[in-house]
Every structure is written in C-alpha cells, then in structure tokens.
Write a protein that binds this ligand. Sequence first.
Ligand code: ZN
Length: 564
Amino acid sequence: MTTKTDLFRVALLAAALALPTLAGAKDRDDDRDTRKVGRAYALALVNGRIHTMDAQKRVVEEVLIENGRFVQVGRHVDRGPRVKVINLGGATVIPGIIDAHNHIVLVGNRPGWSTGMEHVFTIPDAIAEYQKRVADVPVGEFITTIGPISAIQFLENRLPTGAELDVIPRPVYIQAAQGGSRANKLAAAWFTANAPGVTVNPDTGAVSGPALQNLREKLLTPDTRKRSAHDALQYFTTLGITTHGDAGAFHSETASNGIANENTYMMHFPFIAMQRERSMPSRLRIDYLHQDPATPPAGTAPLATLAPRLRNAFQFFGDDWLRTAGIGEFTGGGLEGLLAIGRAGWRGEDHSLSLNNFLSLVSLRQQAHDQLVAEGFSDGIKNLRWRISHVPGTTPESVAQWKGLGGGLLVGWGPTRGASSTGVPIGPAYRSLFDSGIPLGWHSDGGDITVINPWLNFYSTISGKSLRGMHDATTPVANAGNTISRWETLYLATAANKWFIAENDVGSIEPGNHADLAVLDRDFFTIPETDIPRIRSLLTIIGGQVKHDSGFFGRDHKGKDDDD
Ligand SMILES: [Zn+2]
C-alpha cells in the first residue's frame, strides 16, 4: 500500500537524482532543450537561401527548429550532438504558403481516389500521373479529378480524351472547374450500369447527365471521404501550402450534382477525424458559409441558419492544426445578417465579382457599421477583420472607405478562370491595391471553380497573363499596369496573410514562429517567368514535422503531429 509519505519520498529521490544531472550539464542549452523538447533531436537547415519574409526582408542561410518552432534564424545556428543537420545545397526556402481562402474541404470530399493534377502541363504527363496512381487503387475503383483541373493548363489546351484515358486500367472520371467532363471506357461502363441519365460520348469521352451526383451517392463513405481529405491536404504540401483557409460550400442535404455543393454540416468530419488522430498533413482553418435570404419567406424565421450558428458555434476554436474561423465566403441575410455577425463579434467575408458588386458590399457594411456604433458597439466592425474577396473591380475611393472601416481584401482571381484560352480577365488591380495600404492578402479560391496550386496563381499575378501564357508567348497581358513583383506576390501569400488568418506566428521565418516552410525545387526569384508554374516543394515542414519529403529524409522521420 502506498502512503502519502511514500510518494513524498519518491519525489525527493527523483529530485535528488535529477539535480546532479542538471548542475553537471556543460551545455545549459542542451539541458534546457532536453527537458522542453522531449524529442530525439532538433533540426538545423543550413546552406539555404532562406527568404524569411520578416519585416527586414532578411534572406538568411540557416535556421534551427526545436519543439515545432524556429528558435534560431540567421547564420551559425547551434550544432550540438542532438541536432540533425540538413544541407540544403543552396536551395530556395520560403515560409509555408497560406491560402487564406480556398475550397479544400470540397476537394477533400470527392468520390473515388481523388488525384491532384495541378502540377502537370501536358496530356502525356497527365496520363503518366494517372498510371502512377493505379498502384494505389483496387481494380474496379474510380480514379477521379474533380474541380482543380483546367484545359488551359495543358500544352494541348484541352482535357485528355476518353480514348487517351483508356490506357488507364481503372475507371477514370475528370470534371474540370471551368467546365468539361471526361470518362474512359471503364468509367462509361460503370455509368451505364449504375447511373441512369448519364451518357458518355464514345468519341471524346465527354460526359453529360448527373455523373457527379451518382458517384457521390454510390461511392462516398466516411472512410473514402477521410482518404480524400488526407490526399487533398497531402497533395498541396508538395506545392508548398502549409495552411488552408477553407471558405465553405453550398449546402446540399443529400448528394448533389453541383461541384461546389456538399453537406456543410458534415463535410468537415473527415478532417476532424484526422485532427483527432493527430495525422493532419497540414493546417486547416474553417469558415462557415451562410446564405439565408435578406427577406425571409413568409412564416419562416429570419437568419434561419446564421442565427443558430452564432449562438451555438465557437470562433477560433480548435488547435494549431485545425481551427474554426469566421462566417464566409457568404454571410447571408443582407443587412440583418451583417448586424448579427457584428453583434456576436465574429469575422465575416463575402466575395465581389464586379465593381458594382464591390460598391454595394462596401455601402452595406458602412450601414452595418454605423448602426452597430449607434447600438453602443463603439468600434462597429472596425476590429473584426471583415474582408471582401476576389475584388476584380474597385475604385480608390471605395477601397479607402473599406480601409477606414477596418476591412481587408483577398486577391487572386484564378489563372484558369474564364473558359476562353486567351484574354482571360486576370482580375484585381494588384498594383494599386498593394500600394493603397489596405490589409491585402492572397487567396486561390480554388477547388471548385479554379485551381489551388499557388504557383499557377503567382504566375498570373506576376505576368498579368492567364495560365495560357506559360505555353503560348502570344497570350496577351490582361492586367497591364497592375502586376506586382515576385517578392510582393509571395509576401501576400505568407506574411501578409497573418492578418487574414488572425495568427501572428505563421507566415514568416522568425524565432518563436511555428516552423512552417517549403524548400523549393528551383529559385522562384530568378527563374524565367514561364517556369514559375512548374515550381514544386522538395521538402515541406509544418510545425517542425516533415510533411512532404522528396529525399532529404528517410521515411522513418515522418511522425504524428506534435502539438506544443
Ligand atoms: Zn471561394
């Protein structure tokens, strides 16, 4: 039987044993780290061109990572026996990319073995990528790419045909963000047997009818959703994204044929399951999209979905890997919706698709702000970091007004948006918005209507051209006078996005920040512009954990998430 006195003696003994070790340690840092870190080693990355994106715009050679955070940034970092040293061989390193608004949760709920195709630029390379995927996929099961794929990314300026996809010994279904679906013969046979109303053109493989709805109804299970969710986050670590801000989906109670539709009350479950298992491949922040009508139909309550959300949900709740955020990318409910969000102290986001759209959004927010001030909320909406995204049309005056209300803007129009191969509108006035001083951040808005790959987006922001420009030198500059530099573009997707995800310890490589970074396979700052879309990450570290590695480490290093 153990008494309190015994326990006290044990504690004394433990202290006596520990003290000489502490006092005798020659290297106090080592000793401190042994107690705090509790891991086998710290990690030093050396001989890199490490773009910190800190306030001094420092480019350094070395960083030391311990306990999930950067502890030294500069030169001559500690190299004790406990430190694993990785020589970067002069590679370019950037902070992990933050996509402040995309639709990764939709991508993570796709039916079939969802396969990212945003890093291939010819049809033969696409076919080769699907061939590689076959090794993962049991006979008879679907390989799919639904959403972030576009004809204009390919040299051939079209999607693969059904016949080209016939060499893949699995059913293959492609549905492109900007239109166009393709199926091979095996997929066509499955549709014939299982999906009434779906037809596949025998010559082109083009699909018509409710194909996506049938795939969702017949293929999705909690396990397949979890697989897709994992694969989606994992895929984008290979392109350097370490934090996704999800901007929601259109709500459908049951399986829908809409590429942007899901059950918005259940679609986060596969991600939450990964978070519970501590196996998140990257960080995820969740916004809640609401579309209550401004004028509720007779006999129905106002703000039928938004009001219960604000009463029953928590903002910024979770951990460093998965956390809830604000309302968006639709707030819904017109002025009453904005007032409810403001009274609850929540963040809100809506998108604009034209100048007139932007002007009316700003004017409605001014109204909401004024009324909240009149109600006694003295700061109105000013400190809530409300944002408007996309913003293809703005005026200096309206931007100044929105800035005065404490608002921010998320830009990035999507390099594949628009169906035409040339003259695609490239969207926002990056230059003048950057110079306006308003909080400005980057979003891909990808997953359903365009691609997520940040390098495809950055190419368009920098060149002013649609993605077609990487293949065709005659592609016109559609955003003349409003392009920004490579550094400015990367800044929007890293340090500038601290404001948008309301977290200061990501987005730059500085002591104390989460150790999130990507080692690039080529130097973003000096390669020819048309090579920017081809950039990939060789090594992606998130919270000090190796989440993607094309050869710097062995497989044994890949561990579970280690929250601190
Ligand atoms: Zn969006």
